[in-house]
Design a binder for this molecule. Structure first.
Ligand code: UD1
Length: 420
């Protein structure tokens, strides 16, 4: 079993370069299935979810060439839509994008009901509703989702909840549909804009991504032939920003889009941290003990749920009593029990948690329950007194490229160790 061993109380110092966004990459890779040609994708994060998705596309018949550690060329001319590795699709949440892509390209798709982070109930009714509105029949049975259509026809889709995945899936299915599709109450996350930009670069006609109304004029074919660079990961950037504050450090974050970080920057400044932002980089530094805050997670541009556990670490050691209200996922406070093992005073109940700030955390063996919880525990280990051991690294490796290397370059004392 692998674990990270972290000797804490090291203020992070120096520069970190942010990778391409995980959540954009895991949508853009399946989106290439809509192309009858080749395309090149740059700035891909080298993480296990990306490698797994590339394996799935290879099984479907795409030819993938790794040009470098962060760049692939994909040829999707000769895919076989019936050759989806169902068992592999169960392993991660973003496999649901195969439904929209293959429905669009082949008018038929079958995937296993997706797994992924254990954050509570993760319904996909809005995805299904969107496919059905476009003219598909969708059957969920035997642990699989099967979508089929004779043809897909543009329509109006109103999302009952703001959903990143359903918005992207509706976009994917509508790109090659006949006529215009309008998605109302769409999610506005940066990776939605990124997927739309990617598809438009390959020949699609999508307008309004990044607002709550997206209009897609169906085109006959996506020919590809272009190169696209994945947007920087705002969640990774936010993780380092909060780690700088938790560790009492001073770091510069390169290759980020500070516009995407506004809700996080606002909270860091509100609690007493310092941020200098300049478009594609920012400096974050600690000068005095941070203080309490009230946080409610919301769809973009609100405070992201994917930074809630990392913010929880900062509030656990900030002065005063803070409250976090998690409005997206039912079960996102599992990390608080681990922080309490490290001396935090957090009471979590349902979708709220109360953080009674303590002066410092102390080392303990802790277990990541999911991807972002794992990042939060690493941050806690760097801030804490003593030697913290973080287990369940497979969650963290799904979404952070070389996380220990990046923290080590900032001065953290962190080693990956194989335990017998
Ligand atoms: C994506 C992100 C995930 C992030 C989440 C919220 C990816 C691969 N994952 O997940 O990291 O935490 O956005 O920012 O991009 N819902 C429904 N019905 C649906 C779909 C969603 O009720 O059909 C609800 C969910 O239960 C949740 C909310 O809508 O309460 C938001 O979920 P959604 O935006 O769809 O999350 P994901 O796309 O799965």
């Amino acid at each position: 079993m692998e674990k990270l061993v972290i000797t804490g109380k090291t203020p992070l110092k120096g520069e970190v370069v942010i990778s391409g966004a995980k959540n954009a990459a895991v949508a853009i890779i399946p989106a290439t299935l809509l192309i009858n040609g080749t395309c090149t994708i740059e700035n891909l994060p080298n993480i296990s979810d990306v490698r797994l998705y590339c394996d799935i596309l290879t099984e479907i018949g795409a030819k993938i060439t790794w040009n470098s550690e962060h760049e692939i060329t994909i040829d999707t001319r000769n895919i076989d839509c019936n050759n989806i590795p169902i068992e592999t699709t169960r392993k991660f949440r973003a496999s649901y994008y195969l439904l929209g892509s293959l429905l669009g390209r082949c008018k038929s798709a079958k995937v296993g009901i997706p797994g992924g982070c254990n954050l509570g109930a993760r319904p996909i009714d809005q995805h299904i509703k969107s496919f059905e509105a476009l003219g598909a029949n969708v059957d969920v049975s035997g642990g699989n989702i099967v979508a089929k259509a004779k043809k897909l026809k543009g329509t109006s889709i109103y999302m009952d909840v703001v959903s990143v995945g359903a918005t992207i899936n509706a976009m994917l299915a509508a790109v090659l549909a006949e006529g215009q599709t309008i998605i109302d109450n769409a999610a506005k996350e940066p990776h939605i804009v990124d997927v739309a930009n990617f598809l438009n670069t390959m020949g699609a006609d999508i307008r309004g991504a990044g607002t709550d109304i997206i209009k897609i004029n169906g085109v006959k074919e996506l020919k590809g032939g272009a190169t696209y660079s994945v947007v920087p990961d705002q969640i990774e950037a936010g993780t380092f920003m909060l780690a700088a504050i938790a560790s009492k450090g001073d770091i510069t974050i390169r290759n980020c889009i500070t516009k995407h970080l506004e809700s996080i920057i606002a909270k860091v400044v509100e609690i007493g941290g310092n941020v200098y932002e300049n478009g594609d980089y920012c400096r974050v530094w600690y000068t005095r003990r941070t203080h309490k805050a009230t946080i409610k997670t919301l769809p973009y541009p609100g405070f992201p749920t994917d930074l809630q556990p990392q913010m929880g670490v900062v509030l656990a050691i900030s002065e005063g009593t803070s409250v976090i209200n998690e409005s997206i996922w039912d079960s996102r406070f599992q990390y608080t029990a681990e922080l309490n093992k490290m001396g935090a005073k957090i009471t979590a109940q349902g979708k709220s948690a109360v953080f009674e700030g303590v002066h410092e955390l102390s080392a303990a063996p802790v277990y990541a329950s999911d991807l972002r919880a794992g990042a939060a525990l690493i941050m806690a280990g760097i801030a804490a007194k003593g030697k913290t051991e973080v287990y369940n690294l497979h969650h963290i490796d799904r979404g952070y490229e070389n996380i220990e290397e990046k923290f080590r370059k900032l001065g953290a004392k962190i080693e990956r160790v194989i335990e017998e």
